[in-house]
Design a protein around this ligand. Structure first.
Ligand code: DUC
Ligand code: ZN
Ligand code: ZN
Ligand code: ZN
Length: 497
């Protein structure tokens, strides 16, 4: 029967350990886990001997059909989520970005209308705040209370950046609501001046991109965001940490008990800035995103190690794909190259190859950084990000010994370029199960348009740091995702009695 499935003999990998058990799935949920399960007749069996069984990937950072820098990203909610499934990602969280003059509430309705009929996998939305006002503040509350939004992204760069006072107010509102504040952390004022100076000197090609936004321009903004978040006790999530300096700032902030999480990008874990100084414009422009890939060649391995050590917690893709033709908008001026790269399809394989296959990250940590931690931070856990009884049946059967070679010729994305072109990856999703339905079956993609659902995310109880209360109960606030959640539970208990 379609709605019943048993997976036998695999190694179930959760963030907290590996077990060898069978999994019985019914009506989209995991119903039983164990040995010698009693299974109804007519249930399909998948033999997972020699394979890992992973919680479906969660990509918390995509920009499907996003109008940005004069272009619209070419992967829409259909092709983007179909490609996600092909690569073992069973949920995405996209950034809803208001059009000029559109309120954040209307933006939310319009994104739902666009995405709901297209998505092949479950999705949620982060709401972007491209300006600050009393109306934005009011509508944030409506989005949290009535529409299942629990995260807001603010920009410290681009012409829609917020100044420090506005960031302070936005973070303060997030804190009050129990939402997560996210930042694109780069100093936009410095970048604008650098762009002017470089163009005046005649540096107009893609090599000017990183010159205009060097590491310290990123790490300064990360530090400033941490300082502001600390003032109002707001949990902070730094999207796309691209440099060693930025990660070191996060490391220090976490040691100082600031509640900050860092997201790496799959692009940043596998590529450095040398790809942006190629003599082919098309090739270099294809690698332009912001913050940029770094010219320091030790960056990708350093970022992987930061993930291994829990300085960074999550890997996203920032999938924001523009075709070669669209990238040509910046042919004579690097600052006009639409920013963005692919990654939603290849994130799982590339992180496995560069992390697990290379011996930097073990399989349980792989699950944490590709799925579980995002589920915890955005309050989807344990429904998502976990293989346990009662969780959604979003599962990947992963063959660690099979390999595939990434290419734009064979990928499922709409875009005509792939930054991982030619990379051979160990680790292939042989079966992908989303809401109990087998959508990759022995490697064959059978995604269904509109099968995905919008998943509402609840806010957390607003975080209250009271050393006197916390001391009694002795949780260690060392910045571990788990333990921070424990404190939230404790705070809830305290406020209830
Ligand atoms: N950076 C990108 O490269 N693309 C989308 C938006 C962003 O901040
Ligand atoms: Zn960004
Ligand atoms: Zn982004
Ligand atoms: Zn290899």
């Amino acid at each position: 029967s379609q709605n019943r499935l048993v997976i036998r003999h695999g190694k179930i990998v959760n963030e907290d350990g590996i077990t060898e058990d069978d999994i019985y799935i019914e009506d989209g949920f995991i119903k039983q886990i164990g040995r010698n399960l009693i299974i109804p007749g007519g249930t399909r069996t998948i033999d997972a001997r020699g394979k890992y069984i992973l919680p479906g990937g969660i990509d918390p950072h995509t920009h499907f059909e996003f109008e940005f820098m004069g272009s619209k990203s070419v992967d829409d909610f259909y092709q983007g989520t179909k490609a996600a499934l092909a690569g073992g990602t069973t949920m995405i969280i996209d950034f809803a970005f208001p059009k000029p003059g559109e309120s954040i509430l209307d933006c939310f309705y319009n994104y739902r209308q666009t995405a709901d009929d297209k998505v092949c996998c479950d999705y949620s939305l982060h709401m972007c705040l491209p300006h600050w006002s009393e109306q934005v503040k009011r509508e944030m509350e409506i989005l949290c209370k009535d529409h299942g939004i629990n995260s807001f992204k603010m920009f410290m760069a681009y012409n829609f950046m917020l100044n420090d006072a506005e960031l302070y107010s936005a973070f303060e509102q997030c804190q009050k609501l129990g939402a997560v504040a996210q930042v694109h952390a780069e100093n936009g004022s410095i970048i604008a001046k650098n762009v002017e100076r470089l163009l005046a000197k005649g540096i107009v090609g893609p090599e000017g991109h990183e010159l205009s936004r060097p590491e310290e321009v990123e790490s300064e903004a990360v530090n400033r965001a941490c300082v502001i978040a600390k003032q109002v006790d707001c949990p902070l999530y730094v999207v796309h940490v691209m440099s060693k300096q930025a990660a070191e700032v996060i490391s220090l902030a976490r040691k100082n008990n600031i509640q900050v999480y860092g997201e790496a990008l799959v692009a940043g874990l596998s590529k450095d800035g040398s790809h942006c100084t190629h003599n082919s414009f098309q090739y270099s422009a294809g690698h332009i995103l912001s913050p940029p890939l770094r010219s320091d060649p030790s960056t990708p391995l350093a970022l992987l190690n930061f993930l291994a050590q829990d300085v960074l917690q999550v890997v996203g893709s920032d999938n924001c794909t523009f075709n070669s033709k669209q990238k040509e908008l910046g042919k004579d001026n690097f600052s006009k190259i639409p920013n963005g790269v692919n990654g939603v399809e290849d994130r799982m394989s590339v992180v496995w190859e560069k992390g697990v296959h290379a011996g930097v990250i073990d399989p349980t940590r792989f699950v944490a950084i590709t799925s579980t931690n995002a589920a915890k931070i955005f309050n989807l856990y344990p429904r998502k990000g976990y293989i346990g009884i009662g969780s959604d049946a979003d599962i990947v059967i992963w063959n660690p010994t099979a390999t595939r070679i990434i290419s734009a010729k064979t990928h499922h994305q709409a875009v005509d370029f792939n930054i991982f072109e030619g990379l051979e990856c160990h680790g292939v999703p042989e079966y992908v199960i989303v809401n109990g339905r087998v959508v990759v079956d022995e490697g064959q993609l059978k995604a269904v348009q509109g099968f995905g659902r919008f998943i509402e995310t609840a806010v957390f109880p607003p975080f209250v740091y009271d050393p006197a209360k916390v001391e009694d109960l002795k949780p260690q606030r060392n910045g571990n995702v788990d333990e921070i959640q424990d404190i939230r539970e404790i705070e809830k208990i305290i406020s209830e009695d």
